[in-house]
Design a protein around this ligand. Sequence first.
Ligand code: IPM
Ligand code: MG
Length: 368
Amino acid sequence: MSTPSLLILAGDGIGPEVMIEVRKIIGWFGANRGLKFDVTEDLVGGAAYDKHGTPLTDETMAKAQSVDAVLLGAVGGPKYDKLDFSVKPERGLLRLRKEMDLFANLRPAQCFDALADFSSLKKDVVAGLDIMIIRELTSGVYFGEPRGIFKEGNERVGINTQRYTESEIARVARSAFEMARRRNNKVCSMEKANVMESGILWRDVVQEVHDAEYPDVELSHMYADAGAMQLTRWPKQFDVIVTDNLFGDLLSDLAAMLTGSLGMLPSASLGLPMANGRPKALYEPVHGSAPDIAGQGKANPCACILSFAMALRYSFDQGDEATRLEKAVENVLADGIRTADLMQSKDGTPATTTEMGDAVIRALDASL
Ligand code: IPM
Ligand code: MG
């Protein structure tokens, strides 16, 4: 098989600095595990806008379609707040998701033992937490038509449309059931069937897919607001949560913060299999561009490094190597090496972004 290809889109804010550390990790797997990648880099978000006047050029879009996996850093920043909606940095990311048809967004919320104290919840509520949120990513209110700000009489009206087809619901439901079978065999589906027709359809279709194809998986349904409440009350009741684009956006941020460390959480956005059998895929940390600390060497590269681990697992069928990398990160934390976001005021000097990346490399060396 030819060398697998990776497109790196580091983006804005802390994206470029955390991506430097990921490149070291990619290099390590090439040098030590015979896993070579053909890596190219390009611009997305504000960085692309600054150079080309658009957050994602057609050329970059075409490249993203042709590679085996895309690794993205982060997009956005205050500098771009006043831009027209159509060229905002976020539009670059949304175009990638939509045109690559990355309908299943996997957002694990895992509490690292060494970090359980960082959660705002009690330690016993979060210690050992390991849940997977699967968010539908290419439809719903993010993309539904009609949308816009219109004139109605003498005032303006803002309109967005929540729209889901049966097939859109069914395919993300299948992703959730497949994931559950690899984990603890439980899916909880969240919507607002009490107030939204799209929620009623969502609930029906998830149940139908379950009954026809995955009767062995335990399925429950919850209204999304109750789901948010249960996530903070006793998150360990969940294994896999499947939900729509907007609820998934909210619930995944909530779940991420339960773990106490947004700087640790990766994500994968997967589409249909390509000709070579690999899914269309984009991997990115859950944290944003964090403009307030960008360029200061303070950013935690772990979420982006762990996103590469997800790429190893879901795109390149290298589950053991993914686990090796995840263990290396865990060992670094257990050794007390921390970036500033993972420290309490009484702790010593924080590690810089580079030091954190180097520590992960040393832990990888030690794993051989
Ligand atoms: C996310 C982000 C994005 C979203 C933004 C940056 C467009 O919040 O990935 O969760 O709303 O989907
Ligand atoms: Mg979000």
